[in-house]
Design a protein. Structure first.
Lengths: 113, 114
């Protein structure tokens, strides 16, 4: 079956703008998590959604938000972009089995100028 | 809280040599442990996972890892490196399940010399 898809793959924005990234999970997966990857901070957990509810949240400012739709697709939004928001944003989906795995998408590369 | 330490940021081996990438974890509860690989401009691919079953876990591409509770370690090994193994490797821990929040180490870049 198809893997996790993320759109767009690349994005260039300027400081102060806002951006929305999209993630479509593997069919049947109801949990979607988002991670930020930067050279300095590595991979950091942003938030997790399950059945349209945020189940867990990382230590990021309120400018970072997300949501999940009834078809399990998820979006994350970053408002008032800062240069430090430049990163690879990874989405992962999983089933609800604790021994299952998080399957990652290819990521969206965001560059803030 | 959970944390992962990956010693060193870069490992270089010759093709055909043993690959050993170290990972130590800290967890207040029995952990779930993972190794992921990332190739340039790609997402993360699961190599293997430990979910409290067998302590020696075999993964894809000839990799394996051993969970050692006494040493709080989950080192990744491969008997014979291949050029295609050159990538970045991440160790991760989760406290509540393989499908829950992952805490990653800083990653190790593996180079393979011909």
């Amino acid at each position: 079956k198809a893997g996790v898809t993320q759109t767009p793959r690349y994005l260039i924005k300027t400081r102060g703008q806002q951006v929305t990234l999209s993630c479509s999970p593997i069919s049947g997966h109801r949990s979607v998590s988002w991670y930020q990857q930067t050279p300095g901070q590595g991979l950091q957990f942003l938030f997790e959604y399950f059945s349209e509810t945020q189940r867990n949240k990382g230590n990021f400012p309120g400018r970072f938000s997300g949501r999940q739709f009834s078809n399990s697709r998820s979006e994350m939004n970053v408002s008032t972009l800062e240069l430090g928001d430049s990163a690879l944003y990874l989405c992962a989906s999983s089933s609800m089995e604790p021994t299952d795995t998080q399957y990652f998408g290819p990521g969206t590369r965001l560059t803030v100028l | 809280a959970q944390s992962v330490t990956q010693l060193g940021s870069h490992v270089s081996v010759s093709e055909g040599a043993l690959v050993l990438l170290r990972c130590n974890y800290s967890s207040s509860v029995p952990p779930y442990l993972f190794w992921y690989v990332q190739y340039p401009n790609q997402g993360l691919q699961l190599l293997l996972k430990y979910t409290s079953a067998a302590t020696l876990v075999k993964g894809i591409n000839g990799f394996e890892a051993e969970f050692k509770k006494s040493e709080t370690s989950f080192h990744l090994t491969k008997p014979s490196a291949h050029m295609s193994d050159a990538a970045e490797y991440f160790c991760a821990v989760s406290a509540t399940g393989a499908n829950s929040k992952l805490t990653f180490g800083k990653g190790i870049t593996l180079s393979v010399r011909p």
